[in-house]
Design a protein around this ligand. Structure first.
Ligand code: HEM
Length: 151
């Protein structure tokens, strides 16, 4: 059950960050100011899904990982620390800042710089979450192979 919750929370976190990234990039290229403002508000609201999913994925991962000596588990822990720091120190402040800039109709150089930083930090977290998912799937207990047949 814990493993299922862990994998589901991790998948929700990855899907949410990817959706934020894709909608942000798409609307920056194709959208007008109103569309950009709407995406900024949605990203902020979506934090209510992303933050709990990250906490559950990380906490259940730490609990599942207790006692493992595997380098893959150590790598997952290391990545999760970067993911959390990136989220708390870069992505969340950027989401708040960009939402207030967009609300004020302020699409100036500072908006562009913060937007670029947010997209880079988002891409880093998508990569690290994907690597954690890949390593999680490879840690999955393999079904026992049928014993070789005699004769
Ligand atoms: C602190 C961070 C994390 C640690 C220490 C960790 C640790 C682990 C461990 C030890 C397992 C294998 C458990 C077992 O087979 O009994 C596992 C499975 C898994 N993890 Fe993580 N994990 C972390 C974060 C993540 C994240 C962020 C994701 C996804 C984005 C993820 C996705 C998965 C998946 C898909 C599985 C396989 C589930 C299954 O077998 O059905 N993990 N993790």
């Amino acid at each position: 059950m814990k493993l299922w919750i862990h994998a589901a929370a991790g998948a929700i976190a990855l899907i949410t960050v990817s959706a934020f990234w894709l909608s942000t990039a798409t609307v920056e290229v194709l959208g007008d100011a109103a569309a950009i403002t709407m995406v900024k508000a949605c990203v902020l609201a979506g934090m209510a899904v992303l933050i709990p999913a990250m906490i559950v994925a990380g906490a259940s991962g730490l609990s599942l990982g207790r006692g493992w000596k595997s380098p893959a588990v150590a790598a997952k822990k290391r990545r999760m620390r970067i993911i959390a720091a990136n989220g708390l120190l870069v992505l969340m402040p950027s989401a708040f800042l960009l939402n207030s800039f967009a609300d004020a109709g302020r699409f100036d150089t500072l908006f562009t710089i913060v937007q670029a930083i947010e997209l880079i930090a988002g891409a880093v977290n998508i990569t690290l979450l994907s690597l954690n998912m890949r390593d999680g799937l490879s840690l999955r207990r393999k079904p026992l192979r049928p014993a070789a047949q005699a004769g």
